[in-house]
Structures are given as C-alpha cells and as structure tokens.
Design a binder for this molecule. Structure first.
Ligand code: IMP
Length: 194
C-alpha cells in the first residue's frame, strides 16, 4: 500500500530529494500539487512552532497527512540568534548578504564563534503531531569563503571539516547537513510505520 504525504513546501529540490530517500511506500506531494498557492504564515517564535503552523495549515484545510520544516542558525555568543529569524535577520526579505554582514558585525571581536544549524520537522498523521530534529555543529568564521550553497553557508565551518558549507560539493553538504539529519529521523519513523 502507498501512503500519500504532503510536504508543506514549494521547493521541488527538497521534495525530490526526500522522495528518492523514502522509496515507493510513500508518495510525497508539494503544496502546488494539491492546489495550495497561499503564502502560509510563519509567525511563531520558535522553529518548532513555525514547522507546526505550516503542517497544521495543510492538515486543517486539506485534511491530508503532512509535514513541514523550519531551519535556523543558532549562534552561542548571540544567545541563539538569528535562530527563527535567520531568513529575515537584517531586512524583511531574504537578503543573504545583509544577513551575513549583520552576523559578522555582531561577532566582531567575539572569541566564542560556536554555532549550529538546526532543522525541525513537524509531521501530522491522522491528527497526531511528531517532531524530528537535525543539528550540525560548527563555527562562524570571520570572512566569507566559497560560493556554493546559500544563506549563511560562506561563513559556516562545520566541526571536523576545513571547508565551509559554501566550499563543499553540494552532495557532501547534503550528507552531513542539519536538514539531511532531520529528514533521516523522519524517514526512519515513516519506514517503521509502513
Ligand atoms: P528555511 O526554514 O529552510 O527556509 O531556512 C530559513 C533560513 O535559514 C534561510 O533563509 C537561510 O538564511 C538559513 N538556512 C537554512 N538552511 C541553510 C543552509 O543549509 N545553509 C545556510 N543557511 C541556511
């Protein structure tokens, strides 16, 4: 039997990556594929809250089992900021360069550079909510290195590596990333269920 699950995203790259990892037991559909074109609000104060808001929106409106993700960069010396505000830290939009500039400025002269990316996935199946988490620890370097990836990748050096996320081949980043780790938890859970 094949189960249908909605992934509350329109990022088709994320969608196909998860579909290929999960195999044939589950069919994963995007928001677009179920005709949902609204901008789902992400107004919660935590990653868990935002992931749940997105999953709940789809479950309530379409009555379909669904999951959603939310990610933040948490910097120890900044008390976990930018965290849930990672996308719009410096401006209202998704200005990656301005966001990096703001973080580097705030960390100027700060010795503790420890940071982590954290992804939370909220899954709703038949009304029950489950959370999964993926973390990658590292540090924020003083200057950008590399041109691959997106967001804060040029200044994030994962522990145990001498390449930033923006210098690593994408396939390598995808093996160790926060998102990959959260999705692995989700998939392990779904595999047990199927
Ligand atoms: P989202 O929840 O996946 O949309 O991520 C929110 C924000 O976190 C993005 O706009 C980026 O600024 C940042 N972010 C998430 N994942 C990554 C990553 O893999 N590398 C760098 N920045 C990321």
């Amino acid at each position: 039997m094949t189960y249908e699950l909605i992934f509350a995203t329109n990022n088709l790259h994320k969608l196909s990556e998860i579909q290929s990892l999960i195999g044939d037991n589950f069919t994963i559909k995007s928001l677009q594929q179920i005709g949902c074109t609204e901008d789902i609000p992400e107004t919660a104060p935590t990653l868990e809250g935002n992931a749940l808001l997105k999953a709940q929106y789809v479950f309530n409106k379409y009555g379909k089992n669904c999951f959603a993700d939310d990610t933040g960069l948490e910097i120890e010396a900044l008390n976990g900021r930018p965290g849930v505000f990672s996308a719009r830290y410096a401006t209202d939009g998704h200005d990656f360069e301005a966001n990096i500039d703001k973080v580097l400025e705030e960390l100027s002269g700060v010795e503790n550079r420890k940071a982590r990316f954290r992804t939370v996935v909220a899954l709703i199946i038949d009304g029950s909510v489950y959370y999964f988490e993926g973390i990658v620890n590292g540090e924020i370097i003083a200057e950008r290195k590399g041109t691959k990836g997106f967001g804060y990748d040029p200044v994030f050096l994962p522990d145990g590596y001498d390449l930033t996320f923006a210098e690593m081949p994408l396939a390598e980043k995808n093996k160790i990333s926060h998102r990959a780790r959260a999705v692995k938890q989700l998939i392990d859970f779904l595999m047990q269920k199927s």
